[in-house]
Design a protein around this ligand. Sequence first.
Ligand SMILES: Cc1ncc(COP(=O)(O)O)c(C=O)c1O
Length: 415
Amino acid sequence: MTSGLGLPTLTPPVAQAPVPTDERDSALLPTYARAPITIAGGEGTELIDDEGRRYLDFTSGIAVNALGYGDPGLLAAMHAAVDAGPAHVSNLFHSRPGEELAQWLVDHSFASRVFLCNSGAEANEGAFKFARRWGRSLGPAKNEIVALRGAFHGRLFASLAATDRPGYRAPFRPLAGGISIAERDIATLETVLRADTVTALIVEPVQGEGGVRVLDPGFLRELRALTAERRVALILDEIQCGLGRTGTLFAYERAGIEPDLLTIAKPMAGGLPMGAILLSAEIAAAVETGDHGTTFGGGPFVAAVARYVVQRLADPALLASVRDNGAWLGAALAALAGSDEGAVRAVRGIGLMWGLDVREPASAIVTRAREQGLLLLTAGTHTLRLLPPLTVTRAELERGVTILRDVLSKPLEKQ
Ligand SMILES: Cc1ncc(COP(=O)(O)O)c(C=O)c1O
């Protein structure tokens, strides 16, 4: 068996107590409904539990493990980063890996500057601050942030206010002010984006948690034109859909537009926590020394690993295989929708990011698929979500679809 890093696991010197799989026995705060298995290792596209059982992983740690498990290049980058020097020096000093990572992101995007942080929600909250900072330079009342129906931007205070999930929001009211949700149509947005009060519109080019909704490239172009005309910053949240998942390095490339701010995180550092905010020259020019900070952001260890990962995720051969495998997977899932007596009601997606609206509660299908050795996600109560590693093979996709077909063909009442 291998560890999460693909290293051989060491036999523990003393017998270990079993990890509690019932939340009531765990010292961890039970904010998650965890599956009752304990992951002990991983290899390629498979996760391995502590009883040695293997699972085909179409969750990738929620879009994080884009290179799968035990990737030799990633492991080498991690070891090299450990050997290179201190893991952390703080942003009181310069360090080479962070500088090189930021320069790489600038060289491969619209951005002129980068702020490195530690998670997706932190990236979005920073982007809101930078958009407000820029807005203030245009007018004293230009500070509102607008998000779209179906959006998910994180679970911290401002990102929660921009997240359209009533169940996540209700227990924490009042939410952060100056942030609202608007319908996903251009007529509404023409009214909502009043230039004098709105400073930013935040959009996921593919809404992930909201049901895997791929925004039409034409709609994204209209949003770009409208925000430019109203002097509203367009923030693209590519935390889930960016860095290769849709078959291009950045999802915005598909629409031929450029945002003013872009947020990325999940797959960026090969499983280490990291996020980034990419800023246009105009927004960056409005931000001053002391306006924002974060203790850990862009430390040398995580940045060196991220520098390796982003270059792997930009590899044209990997991106081509995401597009090819994605087209195959989309067609295979559409065939499921056509053949399963209404078990699948709709299929949406792009690249290696797919959602299936299902008749049964999605969580019941996730449980049965796991019992058959396939790990899936949900995106809402009746939507399954598939986010395999970007390195998944066609044979593994075929195996996953076969298991899914089998699970869907035996609805709950027939089992
Ligand atoms: C589109 C999007 N934005 C933001 C976030 C929040 O990221 P994090 O969980 O790293 O804070 C997520 C997480 O799922 C996401 O999918």
